[in-house]
Design a protein around this ligand. Structure first.
Ligand code: NAD
Length: 248
């Protein structure tokens, strides 16, 4: 039990990686939690798995309605569902560009639109979006993904401004490369997974991948009613990758 006693949290992409770690963290701090995911059967124990495709408006509206029924309302929304893409500006088809934006950017719009009426009647409403180091640092072979996360970064600030005076705080986390099933899949597909993992770890000033639990703790900080003056913040959880320049 903790800061989140009696609060109800909805987490998109809550069945894996960062979303699942956040679900477990909030649950341990006293929240009741729903994971809205295309794979709801993988939701952590104690978390309500709700089928939801954030790329589909009908699916989102049904999922928010089901979450409200199961939790009794929504106080915290974590817009975390996302997919990746690799390559330079020429690498991805227009269809792939649309698909990534449908999930990573328009997904936030759909879920937030559906959740807003419930957040507006909460005593402690908060939204946390999942951005990325790719929003603020130029990473090779990530043109489409970076464009989508740059949009998430900007959208977070605009949402924070729009909803602050009605009491809804909006913030984001910007993780560096994190040790999740997503990155596991990327490594599995690399020519030399051990060398690729070492290169990703070395790229971050603290010399390792970020853990999903570290990002979950940052999400919880931003969502907690204890931190009611924290709004419009994009909190980097990246071992210093965004702001530090260490000597090799
Ligand atoms: P993950 O693949 O482990 O988990 C993503 C979850 O999202 C999965 O449960 C998946 O089923 C769900 N999902 C995918 N498409 C969906 C859809 N259309 N509707 C609903 N759910 C859907 O990935 P992760 O590493 O935990 O990433 C989570 C978020 O963190 C993403 O937004 C990602 O861009 C961001 N991020 C990840 C890293 C990293 O290095 N892993 C770094 C920075 C930001």
């Amino acid at each position: 039990m903790g800061d989140f006693n009696g609060l109800r949290a909805v987490i998109t992409g809550g069945a894996s990686g960062i979303g699942a770690a956040t679900a477990r963290h909030l649950l341990n701090q006293g929240a009741t939690v729903a994971a809205l995911d295309i794979a709801p059967q993988n939701a952590p124990v104690g978390v309500a798995g709700v089928r939801c495709d954030v790329a589909d408006t009908e699916s989102v509206e049904a999922a928010i309605a089901e979450a409200v029924e199961r939790l009794g309302g929504i106080d915290i929304l974590v817009n975390n569902a996302g997919i990746g893409a690799q390559g330079d500006i020429a690498a991805n088809s227009e269809e792939e560009w649309r698909r990534v934006f449908e999930i990573n950017v328009l997904g936030i719009m759909r879920v937030t639109q559906a959740a807003l009426p419930h957040l507006r009647i909460s005593a402690h409403p908060a939204i946390v979006n999942t951005s990325s180091i790719a929003a603020t640092a130029g990473l090779p072979e990530r043109a489409l993904y970076s464009a989508s996360k740059g949009a998430v970064h900007a959208l977070t600030l605009a949402m924070a401004a729009d909803h602050l005076r009605e009491g809804i705080r909006v913030n984001a986390v910007a993780p560096g490369t994190a040790d999740t099933p997503w990155v596991g899949r990327l490594l599995d597909n690399a020519a030399n997974p051990t060398a690729e993992r070492a290169a990703l770890a070395a790229r971050q000033p603290h010399g390792r991948l970020v853990s999903a639990d570290e990002i979950a703790a940052a999400v919880a900080y931003l969502a907690s009613p204890v931190n009611g003056s924290t709004a419009g913040v994009v909190l980097h959880v990246d071992g210093g990758m965004d702001s530090l320049r260490l000597r090799p």
